[in-house]
Design a protein around this ligand. Sequence first.
Ligand code: SF4
Length: 169
Amino acid sequence: MRPSLEHATARAVARARNGKSLSVDEASALMQASGDHLLELMSIASGLRELGRGTRITYSRKVFIPLTMLCRDHCHYCTFAKPPAKLDRPFLLPEEVVAIATAGARLGCKEALFTLGDRPEERYPIARGWLTPSMTSRSTSGTLSVSLVARSASDESAMMSLASLSATT
Ligand code: SF4
């Protein structure tokens, strides 16, 4: 580390340790901290986290149920969305949802999280087709269908009520 950066980092770490507010330059110096400076910075950060949040760690055992992996968007970091050609069908069937929920419950999951892409029907005709009234009975699309499937999955898997519905952004 260059002497000037070493000095700036040491100074920024000392200010952080003493609870002083940091300038943009000091924060920038901390981002380049390494070695002992980095260890001390991590220790300071850990102490602050525990001050605010304590040391108790909680987690939720949940099974993810991808109602559809189609999405109208093109987020470059996305590892979830897939084009229709890579999927067996645009949406999960209700019985598939129940099967995933049941398998999750068997493995100890207490919640199910429904995941889906954002408005796939705006990009893919095949998704639009599945959302027409005559097709909704066979797919998990649509708020009513989702809530019915959620209830069904909950009843059949003894899973906690399935309330979370989130686009995977
Ligand atoms: S909106 Fe979500 S699912 Fe769609 S491409 Fe972006 S990250 Fe992926």
